[in-house]
Design a protein around this ligand. Structure first.
Ligand code: FES
Length: 251
């Protein structure tokens, strides 16, 4: 159940260009969060909270890790916070990834940019349960690459950059024919990437996590609606998602 909690910053690192990794201590959220859920973080002086996906859950040390890109004033301000300071957040928010580790022995993770952190959380959890992980990760340039080693520890990992400065020159979809057999895919990243991935992998079992600028984050304001595939209905990303079956929503 989501609650409003105070979290203490225990580590703050710029791990790639304009990309901050923040480790937060909180007993309740670290015990209850699941891969795919997010924190809705309040930033002092900013009315709207920032939805930020969970990249790691450490139940033993009672910490949660989040990664965010310093894109707007709110996230820039958040990146200037100091270790020891407290932030407040609603969490754990949303519905996490669905997985069946009995049926799906091999999974494919396809992530783009700041959509990659929740996939790491999922991959780490499933690798511990004996699931084979294959990852395809896309970044803009060499200096925006992060977590390559961590994903290598989970299994075979392919890196692409849009400008060719590191790994394969191109997009994650260029690699999808080379990854071999898998039972189910999970994808998170910018909308054009998700559209390309779900089109290319149509007919396969898959789940996507949608990143969206949110208002209330609790299903009350309709700022985050997305059409469902066929019935003319809609879903709220903050409350019904952020994870959906790929066949469930129209991108
Ligand atoms: Fe308000 Fe989703 S952010 S309904």
């Amino acid at each position: 159940m989501m609650k409003k909690e105070e979290l203490r910053i225990v580590k703050l690192t710029e791990i790639a260009r304009e990309t901050t990794e923040m480790v937060l201590q909180n007993a309740y959220i670290s015990k209850t969060a699941e891969p795919g859920q997010f924190l809705h973080i309040g930033v002092e002086g900013h009315t709207l909270r920032r939805p930020i996906s969970i990249a790691n859950i450490d139940r033993e040390n009672e910490t949660i890790t989040v990664l965010f890109k310093q894109l707007g004033e709110g996230t820039k301000a958040l990146s200037r916070y100091q270790v020891g300071m407290k932030i407040n957040a609603l969490g754990p928010s949303g519905n996490g990834f669905t997985f069946d580790n009995k049926k799906n022995k091999t999974i494919l993770l396809v992530g783009g940019g700041i959509g990659i952190p929740p996939l790491y959380c999922l991959g780490k959890t499933l690798a511990k349960q004996g699931v084979k992980i294959i990852s395809v990760l896309g970044f803009q340039t060499a200096d925006s690459v992060f977590y390559e080693e961590k994903f290598n520890d989970l299994g075979e990992t392919f890196i692409t950059t849009n400008d060719g400065t590191y790994g394969h020159h191109g997009f994650v979809t260029d690699i999808l024919d080379e990854v071999g057999e898998y039972d189910c895919y999970y994808s998170c990243g910018p909308l054009p990437m998700l559209q390309a991935v779900t089109t290319k992998l149509k007919g396969q079992q898959g789940y996507i996590s949608l990143e969206e600028r949110m208002g209330c984050g609790v299903g009350a304001c309709f700022a985050c609606v997305i059409p469902t595939d066929n019935q003319g209905g809609y879903k709220k990303i903050c409350k019904d998602g952020p994870v959906f079956a790929a066949s469930e929503v129209a991108l």
